[in-house]
Each structure stands twice: as structure tokens, then as C-alpha cells.
Design a protein around this ligand. Structure first.
Ligand SMILES: Nc1ncnc2c1ncn2[C@@H]1O[C@H](COP(=O)(O)OP(=O)(O)O)[C@@H](O)[C@H]1O
Ligand SMILES: CC(C)(COP(=O)(O)O)[C@@H](O)C(=O)NCCC(=O)O
Ligand SMILES: [K+]
Length: 252
């Protein structure tokens, strides 16, 4: 099975053999590119890793960037002779979606919930550190109860850089102290410790509102960045969304 997780920053392509994720790689989700850019990257990766086209029997696509979706559906048709399954949360019979407009829910958030529910069958909160930082609540009955969305760490950093004249773009790193003595450390402190507090605080508030204990899972490209947060997560699973696509492919 081949899976495509088209996110706002990166598209992650994964190859499953049975339930095992054998290979994965990232392509920038560049809206300025054409289909050849994506085709070339994927075919090249397959060639380098000896992945035979004929060994791929199923394709699943999750996309939160509608403009890019056709590149991946047509890749599957053109090169793999497969009609890809495009994840549609509101049509799922595995999870129920208790939000105002189920068709509005991002498919990546749905897949995170699907993975959490399939693997834990208990009340879970999935924190995804991507372009957006998202908190998705799925209960032990398989009902998605809602989401909180914040700008992701890099997104906040980039918007600070682009909205100001004097502030530089910096790398997200833990600075020596919370109170910075130079512009670099001041920004690093605000992002690093600020987001630590934000995640802790929001998780606590969601727990209080939900009224029961929750398993908190982390995923997304930046899930390991703030090491101080590790103790609030039961598990950091970088491949949670990809595994969700595998479960989706098995059940839809
Ligand atoms: N292997 C990696 N390890 C750590 N961080 C990564 C890795 N790959 C990408 N990132 C960072 O994670 C962010 C993208 O996270 P991701 O979850 O892929 O977001 P999205 O789904 O919104 O595209 C980017 O800022 C990128 O630099
Ligand atoms: C919240 C998101 C922007 C997260 O995207 P990502 O950070 O994974 O690129 C995406 O899931 C999305 O566009 N969702 C639609 C709105 C919603 O889920 O309510
Ligand atoms: K994502």
C-alpha cells in the first residue's frame, strides 16, 4: 500500500508492507510546482529503494491542500494503474464526528483520531505539531468530539518575522534562560517556553472540560522539538497519520 499525507508544509509518502511502514519520505507541498515535480520525486525514491510498481496494490491519499490532491490521484492512475482512495472523514463508518459540519474536518486530524482509537480504544487527545498545532479529541466510543487549532511553531515564528522589520528568522532551539539577553534568545524563549506552556495549559483545559482522564499522544514533524513536553505524552508517534491511512485502507 502506498499512502500520501499531503500537509500544508510537507507531503509525506509512505510504503506499507502489510501493517509495517517500510519506507517514507517528504516532499515540500509546493503549490507552485507541477505534476512532473512530484512524479519525478516519487518515482526516483521508488527506484532508489527497489520498490516495484507491481507490488503496490492499494493507494490512499489524505490531503488538506486541495490544489495538490489531483497530482497524487493522477500519479496513482498513471504510474500504478490504481484508483486511489481519498480520505473523506464525513463518509466514514468507523468513527463518528460530533462537530457542527463534519465535512469541514481536516482528513489528517481524522486519521490521527482513527489511529488513536484503533490502537487505544479509550479517550484520547492527539496533539499534532505541523503547520498548525492541533488538538483532536476522540473518545473511547470512537466519536471525534472536537478540535483546537493554534498556529504551529514554525508558522508563528515565520509570521513574527514577516510582520516585523527588526526581528530575524531564527531556528527553534531551547535558549539558556527564559528571559533573553539578545533578540535571538528572546524569540527562541518566547517560542520554545511559550509553546511548552501553551500545550500544557490547553491539554489541562481540555481535560477539565472533558471531565475524564485522557491519553495524550503526539505526532507531526515538530513533535519532538520541545523536550520538556515529553512527560505529558503517553507516546510520541511521528507516523500516527500514516498509520491512520493504513487503517483507513483496511476498513474503507
Ligand atoms: N524528519 C523530521 N524531523 C523533524 N522535523 C521535521 C522533519 N521533517 C519535517 N520536519 C519539520 O516539521 C514541520 C512540518 O511538519 P508536518 O507535520 O509535516 O507539517 P504539515 O503536515 O503541516 O505539512 C516543518 O517545519 C519541518 O521542517
Ligand atoms: C488544521 C489543519 C490546517 C492542519 O493542517 P497541517 O498542519 O497538518 O498542514 C488541517 O487539518 C485543515 O485544514 N483542517 C480543516 C479545518 C478543520 O479541521 O476544522
Ligand atoms: K499533518
Amino acid at each position: 500500500m502506498i499512502v500520501f499525507d499531503v500537509g500544508n508544509t510537507d507531503t509525506v509518502v509512505g510504503f506499507f508492507e502489510g501493517e509495517n511502514l517500510r519506507h517514507k519520505f517528504r516532499i515540500r507541498s509546493l503549490k507552485s510546482e507541477n505534476s512532473v515535480f512530484f512524479e519525478y520525486r516519487i518515482l526516483n525514491f521508488m527506484l532508489e529503494h527497489n520498490i516495484e510498481k507491481s507490488s503496490i496494490k492499494k493507494a490512499v491519499i489524505s490531503s488538506v491542500v486541495p490544489l495538490l490532491t489531483p497530482f497524487f490521484t493522477s500519479f496513482c492512475e498513471k504510474f500504478l494503474k490504481l484508483r486511489a482512495l481519498v480520505v473523506a472523514p464525513s463518509k466514514s463508518h468507523v468513527l463518528k464526528i460530533n462537530i457542527d459540519m463534519p465535512e469541514e474536518l481536516g482528513s489528517d486530524l481524522f486519521l490521527n483520531a482513527l489511529s488513536a482509537y484503533t490502537e487505544h480504544k479509550t479517550d484520547c487527545l492527539v496533539v499534532d505539531f505541523g503547520t498548525a498545532l492541533t488538538f483532536t479529541l476522540v473518545d473511547g466510543q470512537g466519536v471525534i468530539q472536537g478540535v483546537s487549532i493554534v498556529p504551529g511553531l514554525n508558522t508563528a515564528l515565520k509570521s513574527l518575522f514577516s510582520a516585523t522589520s527588526l526581528l530575524p528568522e531564527v531556528r527553534i532551539e531551547k535558549p539558556k534562560s527564559v528571559v533573553g539577553k539578545n533578540t535571538l534568545h528572546s524569540i527562541q524563549s518566547g517560542i520554545y517556553f511559550g509553546y511548552e506552556s501553551l500545550v500544557r495549559g490547553l491539554v489541562q483545559k481540555i481535560r477539565e472540560e472533558f471531565g475524564r482522564e485522557l491519553k495524550v499522544l503526539a505526532t507531526g514533524g515538530l513533535s519532538g522539538t520541545i523536550t520538556e513536553l515529553q512527560n505529558i505524552f503517553v507516546d510520541i508517534q511521528p507516523d500516527l497519520t500514516l498509520k491512520g491511512m493504513y487503517y483507513y485502507g483496511q476498513t474503507h
